[in-house]
Design a protein around this ligand. Structure first.
Ligand code: CDP
Length: 580
């Protein structure tokens, strides 16, 4: 039932892009395709449904009505937004609110096609799915029941890809998948090449799961074993450096595959007693156990500037509210499978992150690629991590810890108890950042002024407001300048703009790959889950450059890396603002 909108509720003040996106994909529609709610009703529907969960907890200091208004104000201030499925589905019949799922793929026809079906149900509800195909027997292995031969992980991935193509996510989002294969799977070479042809596996991002022994073998220049997962038999050896080189070459050609550091991800697994993490969600920021789901939310740093720094008091307030919000979402959400409901409610992972970081730096006059920029990133994320844990502890007192708490690493380290097995994740915020009108995630701006293509060929033209304000203040604003910036994207080589502005208003392509990666590592240091980040490289970057980036990511403690060389052949499955 749609919640009745109180008459005195403030009306959201939306930017033009947000209006277009909300109307196209988020507002509830009737059978005739016309919206049956306006933007105010949308945010109230979400606030009301999420706050209503408060009644489950007699120890809560909040009245649901008061909390609904607080959540509403928080969202329409755009200081915090939950992930898209929550905005689309909270308080509706579908009711599926999480963006991220990992579904296991077992080594039998039954299990493979169950996974295809489960993925379809999840896509229909607006969620994205990650799979490890590492358990599937390699191509040409014997199949006991028929005496035939197996077709291997890559050929089954094509079935998942086709199924995804057919299910438009809830009529709203295009399905997104992550496909992972361990580097010691016998079909690894075929997997690394599986997106070679343009358009192949177009609904997949793919990543190779690198292990610690593999990385050591690369370092030593040694061979390593390929192991058939179903029989544990050795299926030959490959030279680790040659495989690493092939990974680098393919990433140089097309951006795919990415890499994840599997052992490192599992070192941070808060509930190892429940099993190993084998995959992440589609954009890589959320490692999950099989059948786990996670809902995300993002704080908008662009609105949290105070004087010449950050408004820490306000950041603390919104972090605590956001954690309560996201914890309520877990119970408000209807999951497409009982196994998922069980897993999610026993670990209660949430992923609070940030957007608008580049906009904050612009306002503070701090270059993204500077020591000060990195220091600020660490300080902010350290603060959010600490406060989100404090909020989760508070909720554990009110509501009890997550049911698997005693089996978690926190119990053995005598931390907590916490309400949530994880609290922080940095999402790409592809759509959320459009709604909030800020820079996405922790990325630098792609351009200071550009035309954004969203959905069905519509075009939205944007100029960064902080940039406009700064050039006006420096008295060098002119139509000619703005045209030049729109054409070039960057101001690095526009020499009549003052030097200090050129230093602060840097864009993705002005920043060295090393600086991109250092920023990812700075945020990762204080994030439970992972950080969505693309390391942008200029078109003339070499394969050697990518090798160095991969190695540096390993040394800096990142959980994975995605590189994108300007102008290389494929578009990514989820580009900023695309397919939202
Ligand atoms: O901004 P929004 O909440 O729409 O999403 P995001 O932060 O760009 O992406 C977060 C996660 O949502 C991704 O990693 C995917 O798991 C999922 N997603 C999806 O399934 N399909 C999309 N078209 C976009 C995102």
């Amino acid at each position: 039932m749609p919640a009745h909108v109180p008459a005195d509720l403030p009306v959201p003040d939306l930017n033009q892009n947000a209006k277009v996106v909300l109307a196209k994909r988020y507002l509830r529609k009737g059978p005739d395709g016309k919206p049956v709610e306006d933007e105010q009703a949308l945010f109230w529907r979400v606030a009301h449904a999420v706050a209503a969960e408060e009644t489950r907890h007699p120890g809560s200091p909040w009245q649901p009505d008061e909390l609904a208004r607080t959540f509403y104000d928080l969202m329409i201030s755009f200081k915090f937004l939950p992930n898209s499925p929550t905005l689309m589905n909270a308080g509706t019949e579908l009711g599926q609110l999480a963006a991220c799922f990992v579904i296991p793929v077992g080594d039998s026809m039954d299990e493979i096609f169950d996974a295809v079906k489960h993925a379809a149900l999840i896509h229909k509800s607006g969620g994205g799915t990650g799979f490890s195909f590492s358990r599937l027997r390699p191509v040409n292995s014997r199949v006991g029941s028929t005496g035939g031969v197996a077709s291997g992980p890559v050929s089954f991935m094509r079935i998942f890809n086709t199924a995804t193509e057919q299910v438009k996510q809830g009529g709203t989002r295009r399905g997104a998948n992550m496909g992972i294969l361990r580097v010691d799977h016998p079909d690894i070479l075929e997997f690394i090449r599986c997106k070679e042809r343009e358009g192949e596996l177009n609904n997949f991002n793919i990543s190779v799961a690198l292990t610690e022994p593999f990385m050591q073998a690369v370092e030593q220049g040694e061979d390593y074993d390929l192991v058939a997962p179903h029989s544990r038999e050795s299926k030959g050896r490959l030279n680790a450096r040659e495989v690493f080189q092939l990974l680098v070459q393919k990433a140089w050609e097309s951006g795919d595959p990415g890499i994840i550091f599997l052992d490192r991800i599992n070192r941070d697994n808060p509930t190892p007693a429940l099993g190993e993490i084998e995959s992440t969600n589609p954009c890589g920021e959320q490692p999950l156990l099989p059948y786990e789901a996670c809902n995300l939310g993002s704080l908008n740093l662009a609105l949290l500037k105070s004087g010449d720094g950050v408004d820490w008091e306000e950041l603390k307030r919104v972090t605590h509210l956001a954690v309560r919000f996201l914890d309520n979402v877990i119970d408000a959400s209807v999951y497409p499978l009982d196994r998922i409901t069980e897993m999610v409610r026993s670990n209660r992972k949430i992923g609070l992150g940030v957007m608008g970081f580049a906009d904050l730096l612009f306002q503070l006059g701090i270059p993204y690629d500077s020591r000060e920029g990195l220091k600020l990133a660490e300080k902010i994320m350290d603060f959010i991590q600490t406060e989100s844990k404090a909020a989760s502890k508070q909720l554990a007192q009110e509501r009890g810890p997550f049911p698997n708490f005693e089996a978690s690493v926190y119990a053995s380290r005598q931390q907590g108890p916490f309400r949530n097995a994880t609290t922080t994740t940095i999402a790409p915020t592809g759509t959320l950042s459009i709604l909030a009108g800020c820079s996405s995630g922790v990325e630098p701006l792609f351009a200071l002024s550009f035309a954004r293509h969203v959905m069905d060929g519509e075009k939205l033209v944007e100029s960064n407001p902080h940039f406009e304000a700064a050039v006006k203040a420096a008295q060098c604003h002119s139509p000619r300048l703005m045209e030049e910036v729109a054409a070039k994207g960057s101001i690095a080589h526009i020499d009549y703009i003052p030097e200090d502005l050129r230093r602060v208003f840097v864009t993705a392509m002005d920043i060295t790959p090393e600086s991109h990666l250092k920023m990812q590592a700075a945020f990762q240091k204080f994030t439970d889950n992972a950080v969505s980040k693309t390391v942008n490289l200029p078109n003339e970057a070499t394969q050697d450059d990518i090798w160095k980036i991969y190695w540096m990511a390993y040394e800096l403690g990142c959980k994975g890396v995605t590189v994108y060389r300007d102008g290389c052949k494929t578009a990514q499955v989820l580009c900023t603002g695309d397919g939202a």
